[in-house]
Ligand binder design. Structure first.
Ligand code: GRF
Length: 206
């Protein structure tokens, strides 16, 4: 008698994007290569026309403009409901350019992760490559962290460093950092989807 043992359900990853989606693509590629257990169950954006949404099949896309939702709080609530509907085990902000409100963060606390192109706590917010250059830093890098209600301030999960080279511009620095971002995000999600990453209490009870 051939009994089909139920296979373990795949870890479910939802991804929030706003633009190009190269980090989303890194997750999709890792899944396709069999290097990341899990599935992308939804891609969500505040920019319905962004390129990142085109990287997944139409049923997995959700896009809404904040002004069409009636403001940021209403948008966050609509986004949260849409996210809940795909039952994500993990919610990854990957090139997502909006601040998430406290109510949203609390609703997904413990499974909400962000990737940020700087060595946090340095250079929270935008234009991180320019700011590292302006400061005369000799190294730069990328951080993956738990999301808290304060911008780019949640507890760190992992970082990767790169040197800043003579003659670097924000563009050359961003280009050298991007592959490191992709590798770090895949590594963190490999840990997350294999049960090796658990949110500390302070994060889980945000
Ligand atoms: C990346 O540097 C990411 O770290 C930052 O936005 C940039 C674009 O990300 N949050 P992606 O190519 O849209 O994933």
């Amino acid at each position: 008698m051939d009994r089909h043992l139920p296979s373990a359900p795949k870890p479910r990853m939802a991804v929030l994007v706003s633009g190009r989606g190269s980090n989303l693509q890194a997750l999709l590629d890792a899944i396709a290569r069999g290097e990341l257990a899990g599935e992308i169950v939804g891609v969500f954006s505040d920019q319905p026309e962004c390129a990142a949404l085109q990287k997944v099949a139409e049923p997995l896309r959700w896009g809404m403009r904040i002004k069409d939702a009636g403001g940021r709080e209403a948008f966050d609530a609509r986004l949260a409901d849409a996210l809940d509907a795909c039952r994500p085990d993990w919610v990854v902000c990957a090139g997502y350019m909006r601040i998430l409100g406290a109510a949203f963060v609390q609703r997904f606390a413990g499974r909400l992760i962000n990737i940020h192109p700087s060595l946090l706590p340095k250079y929270k917010g935008l234009h991180t490559h320019q700011r590292a250059l302006d400061a005369g830093d000799d190294e730069h890098g990328v951080s993956v962290h738990w999301v808290s209600a304060e911008l780019d301030s949640g507890e760190l999960i992992a970082q990767r460093r790169i040197p800043i080279l003579p003659g670097d511009t924000p563009e050359t620095l961003a280009a050298r950092l991007l592959p490191e971002e992709h590798r770090l995000l895949v590594e963190v999600m490999q840990a997350a989807t294999s049960g090796r990453l658990r949110a500390p209490d302070a994060v889980a009870q945000a």
